[in-house]
Design a protein around this ligand. Structure first.
Ligand code: ZN
Ligand code: ZN
Length: 253
């Protein structure tokens, strides 16, 4: 049985600095592909070229529903060594967002760190109750202690991402396939919740899941463990974790 997924929890707009579509274009592409929901997760301020914190605070102006597609106003934040909460956006701002992903990226303070130091930094972020999802954890540029990260994700109910781009030979992280696969296998065995995402940096790539779905089938991930299977599952999961003060505001297409 081929899984059909109706939500994409990882997409970037032009605001990320190295992505090329607007939120309106992402929503249009999602609608054309029959998706029910996307999370717009531009890079947190620590990434080179990423937006200022005001970008995330002002996401309230974007409608919650665009062309019939539910839009989660989110961030792909960075664990960082040098802020009060260990993340590149403060807790008061993160709390206002509909969806908070975190992942390791170049130029955010970990390029020369050792595995233990980097893992400690990431675990601090995963322990933050405002964090919902961990992105591309098997990136070989940023080796982590997989067992510790998986244990923390399961303990804190953080979704582990299967990033289609990480399994795509033509994409920049293609060489991370084996690392991502190793991480995914460990996460599944530990009982982690999973989301299959596109990490689209261009609207035509929204909802592109084929390779990650193939991996999920190979690993035998039960469909009920895939939070991104539809909008209702995503919203129920997020609401159960914490209050999302803006989730239902401005729902005008
Ligand atoms: Zn990323
Ligand atoms: Zn991303």
């Amino acid at each position: 049985v081929t899984v059909r997924l109706l939500a994409d929890l990882h997409t970037h707009t032009v605001a990320s600095g190295h992505a090329y579509s607007t939120v309106t274009e992402l929503a249009g592409a999602a609608r054309d592909k029959g998706l029910e929901l996307i999370a717009v997760t531009d890079h947190g301020p620590a990434c080179p070229g990423a937006p200022h914190p005001w970008h995330f605070l002002n996401l309230k102006v974007v409608p919650s529903v665009l062309g019939g597609v539910r839009i989660l106003k989110g961030i792909e934040a960075n664990p960082v060594p040098d802020t009060a909460n260990g993340i590149d956006l403060d807790d008061a701002s993160l709390a206002k967002l509909d969806f908070v992903a975190v992942g390791m990226h170049p130029g955010t303070g970990w390029d020369d760190a050792g595995v233990d130091e980097r893992t400690d930094g990431l675990l601090r972020a995963l322990e933050n109750p405002l964090v919902d999802m961990l992105t591309h954890p098997g990136n070989p540029s940023f080796p982590l202690d997989i067992a510790r990260v998986v244990e923390a994700a399961v303990r804190h109910g953080v979704i582990v991402e299967l990033n289609n781009g990480s399994f795509e030979p033509s994409m920049s992280r293609s060489r991370s396939t084996s690392g991502e696969l190793e991480f995914a296998r460990a996460a599944v065995e530990a009982g982690a919740l999973v989301a299959i995402t596109s990490d689209a940096h261009y609207h035509a790539h929204v909802g592109r899941f084929e390779r990650a779905i193939a991996i999920a089938e190979e690993l035998g991930i039960p469909e009920e463990r895939i939070v991104s299977r539809d909008a209702a599952s995503v919203l129920a999961h997020l609401r159960a974790r914490r209050e999302r003060p803006r989730l239902d505001l401005g729902g005008v297409a």
